[in-house]
Design a protein around this ligand. Structure first.
Ligand SMILES: [Zn+2]
Length: 209
């Protein structure tokens, strides 16, 4: 099944592109009522299709796979339940975006590319990793956006495909890096409401290359 192969590919790409270090982060995708998710504590370079777990979204029970599912399984599952159009989730601890998460600061939209995420990249209140409370906080703060920060923790990016979710995880990190530089230059100039609305309109028909 392609979905498992794709999850392994994007999980490995997440490490190769520096969005995570070590075994941090996780990747999942949904088909019907089944969530496919990366295992806990397995180095990405060693990961194969056989390591991907299958979780029933109604019961949260593992229905196939021998490994322990990612510790953030409740968060992934809650996000899929919150919005049926979300079919893929990439969770990273990418450095610049996580700096904003640690500072409890939303990432200002200093670059038009941020419109791919929606109207804001807000910070969900802190709760212990892997907890039900973190799952609730993430969903509440995500709203209708395609990405959210987790206070003192990391980044969530979502999409209808793994390709979309991964591109957004990269975009969040890139915009965070640009925003960080803007703060250093003492001149943070987010897009105006009108310009953001205009960019959002453009992203509605955006087809990634
Ligand atoms: Zn994490």
């Amino acid at each position: 099944m392609h979905i498992k192969r794709d999850i392994v590919e994007y999980a490995q790409r997440m490490e190769k592109t520096g969005l995570v270090v070590g075994t941090a982060g996780n990747v999942s995708a949904k088909v019907g009522n089944i969530m496919y998710i990366t295992p806990s504590a397995l180095p990405y370079s060693e990961m194969t299709e056989a390591d991907i777990l299958e979780v029933d979204l109604t019961t949260n029970a593992v229905v196939a796979g021998k490994r322990k599912p990612s510790s953030e399984t409740p968060m992934h599952s809650n996000i899929y339940k919150h919005n049926a159009s979300i079919k893929a989730i990439v969770h990273t601890h990418s450095t610049y975006a996580t700096m904003f998460a640690c500072a409890h600061m939303p990432i200002p939209f200093v670059h038009y590319a941020a419109a791919d995420i929606g109207t804001e990249i807000a910070v969900a209140p802190y709760a212990r990793y892997g907890s039900e409370q973190l799952a609730i906080n993430a969903v509440n703060t995500l709203g209708d956006n395609n990405g959210v920060l987790l206070a003192n923790h990391g980044v969530i990016a979502v999409g209808e495909t793994l390709k979309d979710a991964f591109r957004r995880a990269e975009t969040i990190e890139e915009v965070a890096r640009l925003a960080y530089g803007s703060y250093l230059l003492n001149s943070v100039k987010p897009l105006s409401e009108k310009d953001l609305a205009d960019a959002l309109e453009g992203f509605k028909t955006y087809v990634s290359g």
